[in-house]
Every structure is written in C-alpha cells, then in structure tokens.
Design a protein around this ligand. Structure first.
Ligand SMILES: [Zn+2]
Length: 419
C-alpha cells in the first residue's frame, strides 16, 4: 500500500510526503510516480502526532462520576465500588470511547495500566492506535485476584511473544505502586522484565505521603532508592508522576536510564505537587507527558496537558523562560515516541508513518507567527483535521469510522453507573 500527501506544509515548506507500507518513504516538493492513494493536504500543516504516556483509558466511563473529594472517600465510596461493576464488555466499550477521544485530539499512542487488558488490546487494535498495555498489579491481600492478574499477564505476554498482536502493541509489566504491591512481587516483576526485556510502568513518588510512608516502611529509603533495591530502576522503567524526588534520587534516575512521565493536570487536580520540569530537563533525564486516567484529569487531550505542563513548570521554577513551547511540544510528540516506539515521532524518510494534519483555519491560528506556540498555548482538539498511524488513516477530515456507534454504546454503558 502506498500513499502520498500532496501540498502539505512541513516546517514552513510546501512538500509532498509519501508513505510505503507503514513508513515514510520520501519528502520533496513534487513527488512523481504512482501511488495507491493520493490525499490533497493543501493548506494543512503537518506535525508528528501526540503520544500519551500514562493513562487508564477505560476510566472514561467514570469521568465526572465523583470529583472534588479527598482521596480515600473518593476511592472507597465511589471509584472502587463503581469499578467492581465493570464487566469485560464495558472495558472494551470504554476503551473505544477513549480511543475516539484521543484520535479526535491528535493522539496515536497510549501507555495504559488497568484491568481486563485483553479487552483494551482488542479495542486499540480495532481502532488502529499504538498502545503499551500492562494489567495493573494491585495487591489488597486478595490472593484470588492476584492469581487472576498473573494469569491475565501470562496470556497477553504469550500472545505478544507468539506474534498474535500487531507491531503496534507492546506488553508491559504494570505494578500499580510501591504501596499496593508487596516487595516479593516487585522483585519477581523485575526479574521477569529483565528476562523478557519488557518495560515496567509504575506510579512512583506521586505524593509526599508516599515518600514518608516508604521511608518509614523501608529503613529510610525513598521510593526511588527502594525500587533500585528491588531491581526495578533501570532503562526499562517508565515512572509515572515522579513529583517528589531528592537530589540523590535524581542522580540515581540519571545513572539508570529510566524515563519519567509527568502528568501535570492530574497532579494539580489531586494537589499532589508539581513536577520539577526545569531541574529534571537540565539534569538530562529523559521524560515524557501523559494525561493520567479520566477520573483524575478528566480528559485525554494532550493540548490541555501541554499547556498545563508549560504553566506548572514555569510556576514551579518561578521562571517564565522554563518549559518553552517548542520544548513542551517535543515532549508530547518526539520524546513520548522515543520512550515506547523509538522509530516513530518524527516526519522523516524511513521513520514509522505517524502524522497529524492541522487545519490552520481557526481563529487562534490566524496570527501564525509561531504555529508551535499556537498549538501549545492556544490550540484545541478541533484543529486536528486528519491523523495517520503506522501508515493508515485513523481520522480523515475529523471523521473516525464508526464514531456514532462508539458513542451510543458508551452512553448505554454509562447508565449502569448512574446513582
Ligand atoms: Zn495513573
């Protein structure tokens, strides 16, 4: 399958972009030859799309279900009882709704940990996105549930190893956090990750309470020092939040090659604290951007996330030059791809063909001195006109296949949770 996008604006020049299979094949002002499909992108701006590096997508079904509460009443009285009602078909329907929301806002990848991961994989495969999926390991002393998670993980790990999923799906280990997974399990996960060379996605150093509790329980070790002891701090680690870090933690993370994932909207909404963007960036530690789940954000828009990332970085550092728009845009696009699909995230010949076309016929694009600044500080999902992932159109002129049905099914599913 070959495709050419004609007359597209890329980095200020008008070019044609061709794709062979799932990779960009050529970029030049006028490409000759014949193609299976031609797409006229006149007037459109091409950018790499967004990579959402931390979320729990089925939680879209619980968006707005219980907001503005303290953490434990929120979990005990609302979120956990509601989650107990989720059936596999609900996870599938919810994931499709989240994928639709992500596509409409320019996102082609999500890194997820949740329950019933086979349903999440099936929905992501059908909708055409890239995804890194790990069943959430969460231990409340329930041996039966733990055995079920272990069996689920073994099934998807085997399916992935046997090539039953497309090349767009990665399977990860996803221990929820150091306070919900016992040390023996963390050590076992570390060994399996080394054996499989698989990523480990975990919430870490999200709140000050987590750090204090960890130091009390583990002889003064910080969460970062503790996961190092467990064998989890290495280049395969993908550490969500990482808000509360000591200078020693930062040194250890840098030596390890681990990648951090900042989630500014969730951190602000839950009053967890602010990620030290400028300090981490200056230390040369790789990090990416994610929305977190819909119960703590409440959206999957990387536009909102970029703006909050920039503004919270400036406020945290008391420095308006921190986190400039170009840096934040790269965080949401190229840097996210590097942490999961390093051959994506760039519009260049030979790279995986992920791309978004932005329609600049928007009020906030009329003054177009700096398109990246417009995307980060003024952009909204509605400017994303067309989206490609792995060489395939997932949205054309804002239409996603089957979107009416996806919305209708999800609406019916939400009725189950009405109080
Ligand atoms: Zn999370």
């Amino acid at each position: 399958m070959s495709l050419v996008l004609r007359n597209v604006s890329l980095n200020g020049s008008v070019v044609d972009i061709s794709i062979e299979g799932n990779r960009f094949s050529a970029i030049a002002p006028h490409l000759g030859g014949s193609f299976d499909e031609e797409f006229d992108a006149k007037g459109m701006l091409a950018f790499p799309p967004f990579y959402n590096c931390h979320t729990h997508v089925p939680m879209v079904l619980l968006r707005g279900y219980a907001d503005d509460l303290e953490l434990f009443p929120w979990l005990n009285e609302h979120i956990w009882p509601a989650e107990a009602k989720l059936a596999p078909e609900d996870i599938y329907v919810g994931t499709r709704l989240a994928c639709l929301e992500m596509l409409k806002s320019g996102t082609v990848f999500f890194n997820d940990s949740y329950f019933m991961s086979e349903e999440i994989i099936s929905a992501a495969e059908g909708m055409g996105l890239r995804a890194c999926i790990g069943p959430t390991w969460i231990h409340f002393g329930d041996a039966e549930k733990c055995a079920a998670t272990a069996a689920e993980h073994a099934r998807i790990r085997a399916a992935c190893q046997h090539g039953e999923y497309s090349s767009r799906i990665l399977v990860a280990e996803a221990p929820h956090a150091i306070y919900t997974v016992p040390e023996a399990d963390l050590r076992e996960i570390a060994e399996r990750s080394a054996h499989d060379n698989s990523l480990v996605h975990i919430h870490l150093a999200e709140t000050e309470t987590e750090v204090n509790d960890c130091q009390k329980a583990h002889g003064g070790l910080t969460p970062v020092e503790y996961i190092k002891e467990c064998g989890l701090l290495n280049e395969r680690a993908r550490l969500a939040h990482a808000v509360w870090l000591t200078p020693h933690d930062i040194e250890l993370i840098k030596e390890s090659g681990a990648v951090l994932i900042t989630n500014p909207t969730s951190n602000l909404k839950l009053c967890s604290g602010m990620f030290h963007f400028k300090e981490i960036d200056e230390a040369g530690i790789p990090f990416t951007l994610g929305t977190d789940g819909c119960a703590s954000n409440n959206a999957h828009s990387m536009f909102t996330e970029m703006k909050f990332a920039a503004l919270s970085a400036k406020t945290q550092a008391k420095d308006s030059t921190a986190a400039p728009a170009e840096r934040v845009f790269r965080l949401a696009t190229y840097d996210g791809a590097q942490a999961f699909f390093p051959e994506a995230g760039e519009i260049a010949s030979g790279k995986l063909a992920d791309l978004m076309l932005v329609n600049p016929d928007q009020p906030y694009f009329v003054a177009d001195y700096n398109p990246i600044s417009n995307l980060v500080y003024a952009g909204e999902s509605s400017c994303v006109d067309t989206l490609l992932c792995d060489g395939r159109f997932l949205m054309k002129h804002r239409e996603v296949e089957g979107e009416d049905e996806i919305i209708e099914q999800a609406r019916r599913t939400c009725n189950k949770f009405r109080k």
